[in-house]
Design a protein around this ligand. Sequence first.
Ligand SMILES: [Zn+2]
Length: 312
Amino acid sequence: MEREDYPRTLAELEARFSDEASCREYLFQLRWPEGFRCPRCAADTAWPLRSGRRQCASCGHQASTTAGTVFQDTRTPLTVWFRAMWWMTSQKNGVSALGLQQVLGWGSYQTAWTCLHKLRRAMIRPGRERLLGAVEVDESYLGGLETGSHGRGAERKALIAVAAEEDGRGIGRVRLRHIPDASASSLLPFVRDSIESGSLIHTDGWPGYFPLEANGYRHKTTLVGRKGQASELLPRVHRVISLLKRWLLGTHQGAVGEEHLQDYLDEFAFRFNRRKSRSRGKLFYRLAQQAVAVEPTTYRAIVASARTPDRT
Ligand SMILES: [Zn+2]
């Protein structure tokens, strides 16, 4: 497959991925771009089987293209997954579960919801690079979230930490995390996971940021005097937060459970960090590429392991 081979339009997608075999072949190329490697013995020769699997010529292992990916054990046809990935990436602001259910003509809201959450989990690439250079960091409350299935309607606020690279007067890449509180023990792990050491971190005077220098960062503090000044002193993070709030209210109508907030933050960061991408098809390509690179998850696992913030 030529590098970064992806459909440019919905018509191209429909024409090219009209059956399971063509979807499977595309995923195969994404998963083994340098050619097949047996997951068991690392041999590089295999025979295609009628089931869509490849049988290793060396050890006989039958390798499935979708095993170990978000598509593992799915009852949803790959053709439908491909359309879901297309709608999720081709729309400037993404798509809600209700919107996806309607556009794909699905009977079940839960199927659409699960599909979108599985794809959100694929939006964070394991081992991705950390932010670099000068980076603004701040925390903010998000209001109006739904809590669990029992507390529907009850308003909850969630605290999020945001890091935004300075790029001249503009914004580079961003990272966002749902955190339990604004203590140093919540903020420091976020900073360490998100930002290269040695970077210059710009924050307000909150004590939760005091240990930054002892942890290998340069630290610039701007004291916030009056209420409402923070947005002028840390303009990039506050711009990101206001875009995030608009997206949650617009695309998702605010119907976001607090326990799943991190998945939405991951989707927001995926979109934001690729906002200058010339082609929507390229986002489809990235998503499909990462979807075959991550661990599988199920509806049950998403609900059970709702990533509520913890301190570990
Ligand atoms: Zn083998």
